[in-house]
Design a protein around this ligand. Structure first.
Ligand SMILES: [Zn+2]
Length: 142
């Protein structure tokens, strides 16, 4: 069975790889802008010479663009990847975290185990990212 640390680290590595690849010419912050000669709101990585240009057609597209610029920015992906990597390190460094005396019994780690406190949230982020990534790729292959 794949450990939580491995699942979280795998998601972090994939996210770091995607965020790094998305940051053309070290442009790690995307922003809301407009296409030249058009009033159409878009998300760009540079106002003058965009290499990323995302246009949404949602009903409330300003909010969609705000969301894409804020959370899609490679700097956010890199920061989330760092947080996930830190959680994976915590899980791997906690010697009793994955130990149980008998199958089905609770873990033997201490009450103040730092890994336990944030494991589920980090796993939730890793699962959500992995599911979104797989969906994105499935749509792209269609
Ligand atoms: Zn623990």
């Amino acid at each position: 069975m794949t450990s939580s640390a491995t699942k979280i680290r795998n998601a972090a590595e994939r996210l770091r790889s995607l965020a790094t690849a998305a940051a053309h010419e070290d442009r790690t912050r995307w922003m809301v802008g407009h296409t030249l000669g058009s009033k159409s709101p878009v998300v760009v990585d540079n106002h003058e010479k965009p290499t990323v240009l995302i246009e949404s057609w949602a009903q409330h597209r300003e909010q969609v663009n705000d969301y894409l610029a804020a959370f899609g920015s490679p700097m956010v992906g890199l920061a989330v990847a760092a947080l996930l990597e830190q959680q994976a390190d915590l899980l791997e460094d906690e010697p009793f975290h994955d130990q149980v005396a008998y199958p089905g019994e609770p873990r033997e780690c201490s009450e103040d185990c730092h890994a336990c406190a944030s494991e589920e949230h980090a796993l939730g982020v890793a699962r959500a990212f992995s599911a979104a990534f797989e969906n994105t790729n499935a749509e792209g292959d269609a």
